[in-house]
Design a protein around this ligand. Structure first.
Ligand SMILES: C[S@@+](CC[C@H](N)C(=O)[O-])C[C@H]1O[C@@H](n2cnc3c(N)ncnc32)[C@H](O)[C@@H]1O
Length: 236
């Protein structure tokens, strides 16, 4: 996997909205590992979760796959499953294709809001829903739910926000400290935050749980959290 150091915001840059372009795709593994506390553990455990709901020859979606970290782990656990890994960033798909050469992973450059889901046993939205326009989020979850087989599951990981200001401030400060410890400078942290402001729109944990229930999921279980990053298991 590509582990080039993320220095995108290290020097002053013209303010612009964050996008998953070539510059980001080239450093993405380093960027997400140093920005999301617990990312590696979370991804490893998705592989274990997958084995609880899917078996070899079943269909698994990795939605917003970026460089394919989730697909790769699931493939290690279920080498005969059919993993459909989708991203609408041409740069991500190109780098993913170059890095990941596994015969059971089908890579697609497509918009997950526009695809027709086939029957599947497991789906993953690992930090992808937060980049989808809020008005479209329920519809996407409904589409996934409809094609998901009975008793099968979706795993949804997101950066969350808190309605309580004290909680929000405390957790934000702890996350800032995490990023500082990962070697990000104040300039890098500030410029990235500005660039993500209109692009990454977080919901509260309650909003996620309610939306998943509204989409039809019968069991909605937060199973992993680290600061303001939460993963939820939603079972049909
Ligand atoms: C934070 S990254 C996901 C990280 C990845 N799942 C992982 O665990 O390493 C979000 C990804 O979602 C993709 N994305 C955003 N909106 C999308 C859409 N409508 N259709 C497909 N991919 C989308 C972005 O291009 C980006 O690669």
């Amino acid at each position: 996997m590509n582990m080039q150091r993320d220095r995108i915001f290290a020097s002053p840059v013209e303010p612009s909205d964050f996008s998953f372009n070539h510059q980001v795709a080239d450093v993405f593994t380093d960027m997400i590992t140093r920005s999301v506390p617990g990312y590696s553990d979370l991804v490893q455990n998705i592989g274990i979760l997958a084995t609880n709901f899917a078996k070899d020859h079943d269909v698994i979606y990795d939605l917003g796959c970026s460089l394919g970290a989730v697909s790769k782990v699931i493939s290690n656990y279920l080498p005969q499953s059919k993993i459909i890994a989708i991203d609408n960033s041409a740069a991500m798909i190109a780098n993913c294709r170059a890095n990941l050469n596994l015969t059971n992973i089908e890579l697609l450059e497509a918009d997950i809001l526009k695809i027709a889901f086939v029957p599947h046993q497991f789906a993953v939205l690992n930090f992808t829903l937060q980049f989808i326009e809020p008005k479209q989020r329920l519809h996407l979850l409904q589409n996934i739910y409809q094609a998901l087989q009975p008793s099968c599951a979706l795993v949804l990981a997101e950066k969350i926000k808190f309605t309580d200001d004290d909680k929000q401030n405390l957790i934000t400060n702890l996350h800032l400290n995490f990023k500082r410890q990962q070697g990000y400078s104040e300039l890098e942290i500030a410029q990235k935050r500005t660039s993500l402001e209109k692009v990454l729109i977080p919901d509260t944990l309650e909003e996620h749980i309610n939306r998943l229930q509204q989409a039809g999921f019968s069991k909605v279980i937060p199973w992993f959290s680290c600061l303001n990053f939460v993963s939820i298991l939603a079972i049909k």
